[in-house]
Ligand binder design. Structure first.
Ligand SMILES: [Mn+2]
Length: 264
């Protein structure tokens, strides 16, 4: 048996550029599972694009409404706030947001270790990535990378949800990406398989969206590992599904540390 491959995995970076810069130290391979952008910080409402645009009080109220599942009221509050900063037309908002997203991506991709294997989270804008990825940043979505005689599969993005985050995919399109992988030894995705314990967030107190297609894939293909993020405070951070060890790699923005695993 050869030497193990030590992989460091970071997911849900949400603006933590400083910590990201050191996240590959000591690893053979660095993997980032997305959600680079910070729109809102549920722990620190003074951080993120919403707070920068509308102030921390607005961000806090917006967070409260969304946490309570009052999405329509949250949207109305946000409409008001846009009027407040002199951008009443919906059509004018994107250019303001895009400039702020670009400023974050510039910092984050500069801090991103290289080489790295990357895929998208639901809080990412794939169309902007080509402007920021560096030469040794390999973006993989619905595809397989050969690694030391193993097949590592990657599926990025989230599924359609009431949160209306930027990169949400219809379940049938997501399932098609999963199906296109073929068999893999290690599966990397942003979102978890649809297992209640893995998708329930004990702090937000709600079920987030997991993927039925991922669950069926894991049950059928039985990769050695399925590594994912997305749920910041999961009810269960790991679980066996048959032979597969399913692991939530943790909330990088909260811990500042990558998940480390030796794979042989
Ligand atoms: Mn996410």
């Amino acid at each position: 048996m050869g030497a193990p491959v030590r992989v460091h995995v970071a997911s849900d970076v949400h603006g933590a550029a400083r910590e990201l810069a050191g996240a590959a130290t000591g690893s053979d391979v660095f993997v980032c599972l997305g959600d680079l952008i910070c729109f809102l910080d549920y722990h620190d409402p003074s951080r993120g694009i919403f707070a920068d645009l509308f102030g921390p009080d607005h961000a806090l109220r917006y967070i409260e409404l969304r946490t309570a599942g009052r999405y329509e009221e949250a949207r109305a509050l946000s409409d008001q706030a846009w009027v407040g900063i002199g951008v009443p037309e919906r059509s004018g908002r994107w250019s303001v947001m895009e400039a702020m997203v670009r400023a974050q991506y510039e910092k984050l991709f500069e801090a991103m270790p290289a080489p790295a294997l990357l895929t998208y989270g639901n809080v990412d804008l794939p169309a902007l990535w080509p402007d920021y990825v560096r030469e040794d940043h390999r973006v993989v979505d619905g595809d397989v990378v050969e690694m030391d005689g193993m097949r590592w599969g990657f599926v990025g993005g989230g599924l359609v949800s009431p949160m209306r985050t930027p990169y949400e995919i219809a379940p049938e399109d997501y399932a098609a990406k999963v199906a296109s992988l073929g068999p893999v030894d290690v599966l990397f995705t942003h979102i978890p398989p649809a297992v209640p314990e893995l998708v329930y967030d004990i702090e937000a107190r709600r079920f987030e969206v997991g993927s039925q297609a991922l669950l069926e894939y894991v049950q059928r293909v039985q990769p050695r590992y399925h590594l994912f993020g997305h749920i910041h405070q999961p009810l269960a951070a790991r679980m066996r599904i048959g032979r597969t060890e399913c692991i939530n790699v943790g909330h990088f923005a909260g811990t500042g540390r990558p998940f480390a695993l030796d794979i042989r």
